[in-house]
Write a protein that binds this ligand. Structure first.
Ligand code: ADP
Length: 676
């Protein structure tokens, strides 16, 4: 077999590097490389020698980019596989390439072992594809074969979709802890004394999360290539499982979930691999906690199955919860790699969909099996059967320090109240943070608490409720959250009269262009991808507050009645018009005050007050007076009514009070205006 690879890269070093790395393989005729330094050069080679197997394609090239070349290759319908070469952080391009039909990607600097494995994988798939095609040409397929091919194609398409979702998820999973780590490190560098206590544990927890994620991915890969060894020891399974369960107590307690351990026997000496079992149980328990609402129950139990109906005595380990459960049609798929039963932006908790796939493989490696029983809405039960054997070297698992679970349970932030840092009202702008990840909340409050009075909502639904109740000055919202996602939060608040004026900043780990456009379409005023820069966040927030001053200037000066319509202020103008209309309809009624206006508009006194003062910088009472006085000004100019009459006509019972208010608004008395 000689694999023909076309390398397309504008960096000329690449040619040298490949030739030296593959020297032996080229000599043995296992590989045959051609090189092109641009997209058009590559097309020329393909024209002359279309029998290439693999194209190794750099995404970033001047002239025709790798993505464009990929399109051209697709159009030519060549049977080959493309592997993209890219910088790791270039996730959106990677996704675009995968969606555009690339087989896989490798990152720069190139790990050549990884490259060889990737090329071989691609070649294996290509050979299958070619065999399939050849068969297709040689023999007409039977109906059964056709159905099978169809099924296979469907499966491949599904796998492709899962893979692409995996990339989005994995980038989310990396970006969130990175935001916290990066941000908190900056805080620490700026003021070590102030932040060491709060920042240290936060950074540690998030690095552990990242490490765990990387380990899971590597382990899955090792399993795939058959390189994961089993390290069996003989120990007490009951003690070890109880110990593992206990380390999840504080995580469960942070959601007021009760976590119990039960066993039918005191001790069960048998073979198991402590590290692999720890991974499996940690996965099941962190899932159970993640997918069980507050005040739920989780039970871990062990029993022994020793009846004759079974070929071998087995330990039966159950992890059951009273959580959200899994719909029946999803059950067969949840052990698939990258699969998540709920892939929406509102799903509970974060994740990558590799936990259960890994658990299943690890259990199988230990000679056991794993099953799930679950009903949507009524909780889940994961059951593991492990054959009882006693061949490993006995250890005293109580004495030898057992392995700690990899995920330090995510502590909920200390902040239990919705109000994070109550600041004296009126002094600091009020900012609502809508975010379900406590560590991100902790970090955001650390950087914002000196500048803003903070409010907190832990999911989208709560965010909407608090926003409508409190009418904050600014909102920062995450995108992926339980109950309502960030897009919905934005859409609902922007279309509600009470909150439409509040600027919304979306913070998200979905850094791709489409998400940004989507966010902005839903009315977000700014969109910051994680990990974001603190200064950038400050600037955005300040800009948005400045925009508010611009709006205030619009309604504070000049005649409210003579506003030139502007698209950007359309909604707010309508709101001010509505108040004006209400007051004008009750112009001569001196009893039409704020409570009557609230009833007319259909808003509570405090919501109306907050909205009016955000828009105009005035209180509602003052705004109503301004509208009355404006009308008086017009009447003074256009009619012959006496000043006292006009005062009564616009709802002032007392002429002296009318004079004073008029003077305050216009800087002249009504008499002076009349004389002009
Ligand atoms: P992740 O948790 O990273 O999404 P897993 O492979 O661990 O990935 O789980 C796959 C999917 O199975 C989850 O996304 C979830 O939809 C479902 N799932 C797993 N455990 C539970 C559980 N205890 N209750 C409800 N759903 C669960």
């Amino acid at each position: 077999m000689c694999i023909k690879v076309l390398v397309v890269d504008d960096e000329l070093d690449m040619q040298q590097l490949i030739r030296s790395q593959f020297r032996r393989k080229i000599k043995k005729k296992e590989y045959d490389f051609s090189f092109a330094s641009s997209g058009s050069g590559a097309l020329d080679i393909l024209e002359a020698r279309p029998e290439q197997d693999i194209i190794l394609l750099d995404i970033n090239m001047p002239g025709m980019s790798g993505l464009e070349l990929l399109e051209h290759i697709k159009e030519r319908q060549l049977v080959l596989k493309t592997i993209m070469v890219t910088a790791y952080e270039n996730m959106s391009n990677i996704r675009a390439a995968m969606n555009g039909g690339a087989f896989d990607f490798v990152t720069k600097p190139i790990d050549f072992t990884d490259l060889v494995i990737t090329i071989q994988k691609a070649y294996a798939e290509l050979s299958q594809l070619r065999e399939g095609k050849a068969a297709l040409i040689q023999l007409p397929l039977t109906e059964k074969e056709l159905a099978e091919t169809d099924q296979k194609a469907k499966h491949l398409a599904e796998l492709d979709q899962l893979k692409s979702r995996f990339f989005t998820n994995i980038s989310h999973e990396f970006r969130t802890p990175l935001t916290v780590i990066r941000g908190m490190t900056h805080q620490l560098l700026e003021n070590p004394l102030r932040w060491a206590h709060r920042g240290g544990p936060l950074i540690l927890r998030n690095t552990d999360n990242l490490l765990n994620l990387v380990n899971q991915i590597l382990e899955l890969r090792k399993l795939e290539s058959g390189n994961l060894q089993l390290d069996l020891v003989q120990g007490d399974l009951i003690f070890y499982t109880r110990y593992l369960t206990e380390s999840f107590h504080s995580m469960a307690a942070s959601k007021q979930i009760s976590l119990h351990f039960e066993s039918t026997t005191e001790q069960l000496m048998m073979d198991f691999d402590p590290e692999k079992l720890m991974r499996v149980i940690s996965n099941l328990l962190s899932n159970a906690i993640k997918f069980t609402p507050e005040e739920g129950r989780i039970k871990v139990s062990i029993s022994v199955q020793d009846s004759e109906a079974y070929p071998q005595p087995s330990a039966v380990l159950n992890v059951s919860d009273t959580g959200i459960g899994i719909p029946e049609e999803e059950l067969p798929k949840i052990f698939d790699r990258f699969y998540q039963a709920d892939s929406s932006d509102t799903r509970e908790g974060e994740g990558t969909g590799i936990g259960l796939a890994l658990s299943k493989e690890l259990v199988q490696l230990m000679g056991g099996s794993i099953q799930v029983h679950s009903t949507a809405g009524a909780g889940s039960n994961f059951q593991i059967l492990l054959p009882i054997t006693r061949t490993g070297s006995p250890i005293d698992i109580e004495q030898e320090k057992p392995l700690a679970p990899p995920v330090l349970p995510v502590a909920k932030s200390d902040v239990e109240e919705n109000i994070l840092a109550p600041a004296p009202p009126g002094e600091l702008p009020r900012l609502l943070i809508v975010e379900d990840n406590s560590d991100v909340v902790e970090y955001l409050s650390a950087v914002l608490e000196d500048k803003y009075a903070l409010l907190l909502a832990r999911d989208g639904q709560e965010g909407i409720e608090i926003a409508l109740d409190q009418i904050p000055d600014l909102i920062i919202t995450d995108v992926m959250m339980p109950r309502k996602d960030g897009y919905e939060v934005c859409e609902i608040l922007k279309s509600d009269e009470r909150s439409s004026h509040i600027p919304v900043v979306m913070l998200t780990a979905k850094a791709d262009h489409d998400s940004k456009i989507h966010g902005l379409r839903k009315g977000a005023d700014a969109y910051l991808p994680k990990p974001f820069d603190k200064e950038e966040l400050f600037v955005r927030l300040e800009q948005l507050l400045k925009l508010r001053q611009k709006i205030q200037a619009r309604y504070a000066h000049g005649q409210l009645s003579a506003l030139t319509p502007r698209d950007e202020f359309q909604q707010e103008d309508l709101f001010i018009q509505k108040i004006r209309q209400a007051v004008e309809e009750h112009l001569s009624d001196p009893e039409f005050h704020v409570p009557e206006l609230c009833r007319y508009i259909g808003m509570s006194r405090s919501s109306l007050h907050r909205k009016v003062s955000a828009l105009t910088g005035d209180s509602t009472t003052m705004l109503m007076r301004r509208i009355r006085v404006e009308k008086a000004y017009q009447l003074l100019k256009e009619t012959d009514y006496t000043i006292a009459e006009i005062g009564y006509m616009v709802g002032f019972g007392d002429p002296r009070y009318f004079n004073r208010t008029f003077g305050k608004v216009y800087g002249h008395s009504p008499g002076e205006v009349r004389k002009q």
